[in-house]
Design a protein around this ligand. Structure first.
Ligand code: GDP
Length: 513
């Protein structure tokens, strides 16, 4: 019932570009989106109501640009993970007084992985410490070479605060859009993507949709993910009632029978009964899918995936405690490339494995390797949920070996770690005869005398050790369970601090399946 036919060139018309704004926190994403909105949304259009629907359009000399109003690459990648490529151009905001920061790098990698054009907005040029040239120099390290230095990345100097350079930025967006020849066919049933959705007490499910092809009309029957309904009312991003929405136009609609998920695709269809059947099928399939987690590339199934032959690239994300390790690992891993598979490090960074890393891995079907770092709790949970293979190592050599063996179908580690528990250091005492005693609390699992221990501080592994002695009150004990306090002495490590986490584990011999 969904019309998936290709459009004839003759039916295609130019459509506005769809733009997202990304960048490091506090570099001015929100301010820039506000500045763009204020300089170019005409008063009459706004009709006094400034409503937030997750997207808006501006008009520059008759040319329209659509902005998705959810700054940050998380929303962007969540959508991509669900198969929705909603955007054409990413505006990367970099504060001229601060330069390229970790989330800038993340944003660059997210945008590159999604294959969208990047335009850099060097923001805050009004500030005394602003140094746009330095920003551009830093960007070249990430293969973003400014146009003015012979590269292909437009860099526009702006001040969101003083609203300068905004017009230049919009003109550049239109220029890039022009080169991309973005087209769609307005004369067919609408399809597109759900930007965001919520339940309104009075009006029922409300969804902001971006039309990507065709035209959406009030009264159309719409299937959005596992929701279905007839479009009851439509409002433009400026809060005006409208009856139709052409390609690249964001609209807020009511009339769906449930709340769809951001990133769901939608289609207008002609047969309501078939539409309801389709949604029923999808709902059943969704339930099944939740049982059989998606087949992601993992080291355990890598060889099989390579044999099937549709895997041309092994995508890897590398996180480590120091930049030197990230680079060393990147180089060693990329050298593993062979005729069948190219090993490609799509993102590398310093610090704990974050939610954003897992999201990028999930969207790009990548595996994550960490050196002397740990996932934060949300990241760990999401990796499990999404089937993202997350491997932690202490030694670079072990990682290279393991991935190399996996590529040859000979992944056969003889031992694996069995996690025992997590213990938090709450106090430390220096006792001259025994050294440092840790006043500890078992957060989960247990700690046992003689068990192996990893000391983790702020997501970074700082030491490997063993439990030398374990006490409850004055008594030596063999183990202490979750919820209890205890005194712990480690064999070697003395530099323990309050807040450090001891991960306890043992090694178990096992036979790979
Ligand atoms: P976001 O976290 O990237 O969305 O950043 P915001 O838009 O919230 O801006 C962070 C801070 O930088 C706020 O205090 C803004 O007022 C300030 N800011 C944003 N743009 C500019 C600018 O062009 N010049 C100056 N001086 N400050 C700015």
């Amino acid at each position: 019932i969904i019309d998936d036919s290709e459009d004839n060139d003759a039916d295609l018309q130019t459509r506005p570009p769809v733009v997202v704004v990304m960048g490091h926190v506090d570099h001015g994403k929100t301010s820039l989106l506000d500045a763009i909105r204020h300089t170019n949304v005409t008063e009459s259009e706004a009709g006094g109501i400034t409503q937030h629907i997750g997207a808006y359009q501006v008009n520059l000399d008759g040319h329209v640009v659509t902005f998705l109003d959810t700054p940050g690459h998380e929303a962007f990648t969540t959508m991509r993970a669900r198969g929705a490529m909603a955007t054409d151009i990413a505006v990367l905001v970099v504060a001229a007084d601060d330069g390229v920061m970790p989330q800038t790098v993340e944003a660059i990698h997210h945008a590159k992985a999604a294959n969208v054009n990047i335009i850099v907005a060097i923001n805050k040029i009004d500030k005394p410490g602003a140094n746009p040239d330095h920003v551009m120099e830093e960007l070249t390290k990430y293969e973003l070479v400014p146009e003015e230095w012979g590269g292909d990345v437009p860099c526009i100097r702006v001040s969101a605060k003083q609203q300068t350079g905004i017009k230049d930025l919009l003109e550049m967006i239109l220029l890039v859009a022009d080169m991309k020849e973005l087209k769609a066919n307005p004369n067919r049933a609408a399809k597109g993507v759900v930007i965001e959705a919520r339940l309104d007490k009075g009006r029922g499910p409300i969804a902001t949709m971006l039309v990507q092809n065709g035209t959406l009309h009030t009264g159309d029957i719409v299937v959005a993910g596992t929701s279905v309904g007839r479009v009851r009312a439509m409002a433009s991003a400026n809060g005006k009632e409208i009856v139709s929405a052409a390609p690249s136009v964001p609209v807020e609609i009511t009339g769906l029978d449930s709340v769809p998920t951001g990133g769901d695709t939608f289609n207008a269809v002609s047969d309501e009964r078939l539409a309801r059947q389709l949604v029923e099928q999808r709902r059943t399939a969704q339930k099944e899918e939740q049982f059989n987690a998606r087949t992601k590339v993992t080291l355990d199934n890598l060889f099989e995936q390579m044999q099937i032959g549709d895997m041309k690239e092994l995508q890897i994300i590398v996180k480590a405690d120091v930049q030197g390790s990230v680079e060393a690992v990147r180089q060693s891993l990329e050298k593993l490339s062979n005729e069948e598979v190219r090993v490609n490090v799509i993102h590398g960074g310093v610090g704990a494995i974050s939610e954003s890393d897992v999201m990028l891995a999930s969207a790009s079907n990548a595996i994550i390797v960490g050196f002397n770092v740990r996932p934060d709790p949300v990241a760990e949970e999401n990796a499990k949920r999404d089937g993202v293979d997350l491997r932690l190592y202490r030694v670079i050599y072990d990682c290279i070996q393991e991935i190399e063996s996996a590529m040859k179908g000979m992944l056969a580690p003889k031992y694996r770690e069995v996690q025992l528990g997590r213990v938090e250091c709450r106090e430390t005492y220096k006792i001259s005869s025994v050294g440092t005693v840790i006043g500890a609390h078992v957060i989960s699992g247990k700690i046992t005398r003689g068990s192996d221990v990893r000391v983790v501080r702020d997501g970074i592994v700082i030491a490997d050790d063993k439990v030398a002695s374990l006490r409850r009150f004055k008594d030596d004990v063999k183990e202490v369970a979750e919820g209890y306090d205890c005194g712990v002495c480690l064999e070697k490590f003395a530099d323990i601090k309050v807040g450090d986490i001891l991960e306890t584990y043992t090694l178990e011999a096992y036979r790979p399946e």
